[in-house]
Design a protein around this ligand. Structure first.
Ligand SMILES: C[S@@+](CC[C@H](N)C(=O)[O-])C[C@H]1O[C@@H](n2cnc3c(N)ncnc32)[C@H](O)[C@@H]1O
Length: 285
């Protein structure tokens, strides 16, 4: 079978199965299976496909037909212009989380050798993106999942920042040394109400790890845990950046005001929805 016939065959299967992005998905799988870029897929379409590569394409197609998202099958996702490898324990990085990187860069850009902490790091997308922008930054990344931390470590090494990136396994601040202070703490914690998870799109519900989604009965468990201890680990003029669910602005702000933070702001995303809380222990100078 030649290259063109192989990927078109998969496209037709996807169309029959009612997959909206049939052609795009088939091309992406063929590029990955045949180790070709977009142009090669066109220019080399009459070449015969080796049996091993054809099998790889068929395996991708079979998973897609069972409803698995393309990024999960390909095992990587772009975030902040960088490619992040995924495994079963990591959330697929979302574009809205880039807001934390944008604001984080503003915070650390003015500092010498800033030290940052990312809680619930998953693929490591937030701290690794920050580390690639400034060469004097060091980061600690915490996650409850050892498997997620393995992937974060691999991603940090792939992007050449592994020597400034430390991973620690445990719950929120538990694995840190008492007295360690950070100029910036970031977190995109699980914030979905437990009961809502069953009604999410299958691509999320069945393929993103529950540990990355489930924020407890009211979705706020992680914020309460982080608020209770953040003051012990944040530098006096440090900044805490938290991703939040749309509609959680008020409640998350109240939690951090209640925990003694002097300045707490809610920042909307481009769609105008609550997306991030920025908290400081002391008012900005
Ligand atoms: C919403 S995901 C975010 C992942 C990544 N930071 C991102 O933005 O794509 C939340 C992460 O928190 C981790 N997590 C859940 N509970 C935790 C806890 N108690 N302590 C540390 N990490 C936790 C999950 O394993 C998951 O990697």
């Amino acid at each position: 079978m030649n290259v063109g016939a192989a990927w078109r065959g998969v496209r037709d299967l996807f169309r029959k199965a009612g997959i909206d992005t049939a052609e795009l998905d088939a091309r992406l799988f063929a590029e990955a299976a045949f180790e070709m870029d977009r142009l090669e897929l066109v220019n080399r379409e009459r070449e015969a496909v080796p049996a091993k590569q054809l099998k790889a394409l068929e395996a991708f197609a079979a998973r897609r037909l069972k409803g698995e998202p393309v990024v999960r099958i390909l095992g990587e996702k772009e975030f902040w212009g960088l490619s992040f490898k995924l495994n079963a324990a990591t959330l697929v990085p979302r574009p809205e989380t880039e807001l934390l990187v944008e604001r984080g860069l503003e915070v650390i850009g003015a500092l010498n050798s800033p030290h940052i902490l990312d809680l619930g790091t998953g693929t490591g997308c937030i701290p690794i993106s920050l580390l690639t922008e400034y060469s004097d930054v060091s980061a600690v990344a915490v996650d409850l999942s050892a498997e997620a931390l393995e992937m974060a470590r691999l991603n940090a090494n792939r992007h050449g920042v592994g020597n400034r990136f430390t991973t620690l396994k445990g719950s929120w601040f538990d694995p840190l040394e008492p007295g360690e202070r950070f100029d910036l703490i970031t977190s995109n914690p699980p914030y979905i109400e437990s009961a809502v998870i069953a009604g999410l799109m299958p691509e999320v519900r069945e393929h993103d790890p529950r540990l990355a989604l489930d924020g407890g009965p009211d979705g706020l468990a992680a914020y309460r845990a982080i608020a209770a201890e953040a003051g012990l680990f944040l530098a006096a003029d440090g900044v805490l950046l938290l991703e939040i669910g749309s509609g959680q602005g008020h409640t998350v702000s109240d939690i951090f005001v209640g925990a003694g933070f002097a300045e707490v702001d809610v920042v909307p995303d481009l769609a105008g929805l609550d997306r991030m809380v920025v908290a400081r222990l002391n008012s900005a100078p």
